[in-house]
Design a protein around this ligand. Structure first.
Ligand SMILES: Nc1ncnc2c1ncn2[C@@H]1O[C@H](COP(=O)(O)OP(=O)(O)OP(=O)(O)O)[C@@H](O)[C@H]1O
Ligand SMILES: [Mg+2]
Length: 258
């Protein structure tokens, strides 16, 4: 079905999560304002979760990016969708990991057990045209790192793909195609921190090997799991993911040369 099936397999549908407490606003560090006002809640299936939505663009982009990221081997928190009692629509939720220190603390001290997740996430951002990766968009979970017996260091996880233009259906496909790869290099402190990572060539090959039919299948399943009759930009997302997978080397090189 696709070039490297052993390394790229769909792993089930979106999990439906039930909230048992909350939601309440997610408290941000002093001076920091989150763009989407995420909330947190307690769920039966995933424990504490962070909620985003119900804007369809946000929910569809997050759910599909988390799904593709997981299939490509990028560590992300467990995720799903849920209803919020008394509110319209479905919300995207991710398991709330500890995230006690920002990622620069772990990287700066050489304490990350899976450092490849950082350049691979940047390459993934290039593919889905996510232009908003910042220092808050990797979180850590010390317990998880110990549990998986990864040896030294702390495992970190990628979050926040909501500005993935290819999955959001905005702006239009011509504008997205006109953006250079450099637009997707991480912002500010994270961008500087990431200078140390080489272009992840093996990971680019994984993206290139994705079959267009598989891309369509994943996105259509998410549409179903979100109870939607249609996603207006579905075909644009499929077309752009397909063409950008073929052009990923050039785009990613532009990001790394930024
Ligand atoms: N699953 C999670 N586990 C732990 N912390 C999380 C999780 N999801 C979100 N957070 C925390 O919430 C913050 C905001 O989440 P997110 O980045 O997804 O929202 P946003 O509105 O897009 O924020 P920003 O405008 O900073 O991009 C993150 O920087 C992180 O600190
Ligand atoms: Mg964001």
């Amino acid at each position: 079905m696709f070039g490297a099936p052993a390394r790229f397999e769909k792993e089930g549908n979106l999990e439906r999560v039930t909230l048992v407490e909350g939601p309440r606003p997610l408290v941000s560090p002093p001076g920091k304002v989150y763009s989407t006002s995420p909330r947190e809640a307690l769920s039966s299936e995933l424990g504490d979760v962070v909620l985003k939505g119900p804007d369809l663009g946000i929910v569809f982009a997050e759910a599909s990016a988390f799904q593709f990221a997981r299939e490509l081997g990028i560590a992300t928190p467990d995720f799903g969708v849920c209803e919020v009692p008394g509110e319209e629509g479905l919300f995207f939720c991710s398991k709330k990991l500890r995230g006690r220190y920002p990622v620069d603390h772990w990287v700066g001290n050489g304490l990350v057990s899976n450092p490849e997740v950082i350049p691979e996430t940047i390459a993934f951002d290039v593919w889905v045209a996510n232009w908003d990766r910042n220092i808050g968009n990797f979180v850590e979970d010390a317990e998880e790192a110990r549990g998986e017996g990864e040896g030294e260091g702390t495992k970190i996880f990628a979050i926040d793909f909501e500005k993935a233009a290819v999955l959001r259906g905005e702006p239009d496909r011509f504008t997205i195609n006109g953006w250079p790869g450099s637009k997707f290099w991480p912002l500010e402190d994270l961008g500087r921190l990431c200078r140390q990572y080489a272009l992840p060539r093996g990971f680019l090959e994984k993206i290139k090997a994705i079959d267009p039919q598989h891309i369509a299948g994943v996105l259509e399943q998410i549409q179903l799991d979100l109870d939607l009759a249609a996603v207006p930009w579905m075909q644009t997302s499929i077309d752009l993911l397909t063409s950008r997978a073929q052009g990923i080397e050039k785009l990613a090189t532009e990001a790394w040369d930024e």
